[in-house]
Write a protein of this length. Sequence first.
Length: 373
Amino acid sequence: MISLAFREEKGIKNKGLGEIYQILYFAVLLTCMSWFLLPQVSYAYKVLSRSAIVVDASSGKTLYAKNPHLRLPPASTVKLMTAIVTIENTPLTGIATVSKRAVQVSPSKVGLKVGDRVSIRTLLYAALVKSGNDAAVVLAEAIAGSEGKFVQLMNRKAVEIGATNTNYKNPHGLPATGQYTTASDLSKIMSYALTYPGLREIIGTRVAEVLTENGQTIFLKNTNRLLWSEDDLIGGKTGYTRSAQHCFVGAAERGDSRLVVAILGSPSREILWKESERLLHEGFEVMLNGKGQIVYSETSGDNSSDMHVVSLHGKTNHGNSKKSPGRDGVAKKMVRGKKQKIERKPGGIITKGKDTRERDNRIAEKRKIDIKG
């Protein structure tokens, strides 16, 4: 009788311990799950820029987004479309003459003078590397006869690309009523631009020394600081105005994986670079390692209160599931870090890649080049 009671008491204790172990097991499991999931979800709140997106350039799949369809001023990221329209409508060897209107445009400028004769290729370097507004106006006038007619070509091309939430008013990005884009549209425009090896080469150039047909030498330092710190970066385009704040669209490649990141309305240049680097890192972690989940935020304002978390292999209700439009697919990655062209004659260009980092920095410091633009 005593033995039976002992066994019953022991059984009750074992059963109680078993329940405790089960509770502890599920508690540990939930803790581990939250450890993996919460950093991804909470990261949406850490993005201070008004709008951001990270996209798989090959498939068009959205990996991260915060207010991707919020219309915002594009600043100098406009020049990416200016370059696309230019390269599709005129040979790079063509020559354009600088007008008085181009010289009088507001900064930033590269210092072109009235009457200067400049090659289209040189003007593209000036517009994309140094973000010269004067170069953008010269390109517009050379191709369409006026800025107004050129802007019509820009808007038509935006629709063709699928950037239907974008409207241009000028070729340089200075503030204009009714001029806007979205992070989502900007990522589509960059994906399309990458199909042109010539544009890839230019946006990936750290510094360039260009010569006009008149013999004027112009030194250009890229406004994209990530070219000095991110080895995976293909290139990009920056932008800044007081109303637009700091903007950036860029692309990076790691192995066979390519990402496009677009950020609009960042409160400072330092925050812009930090968030660009972090978003690219997180994007590659998702693509290559299957890490975490997609975080998607869609609001009408600046906050990330209305957030949707979607499985990496599931459906994204708001993201872009269709392949980004391009000409004939995405061009293969070009060899970086080499001198692209060296000419000591009018219209020539000397460009330098990543293997000249220290010398480029010394030159820029000596000439006090302002890298904002």
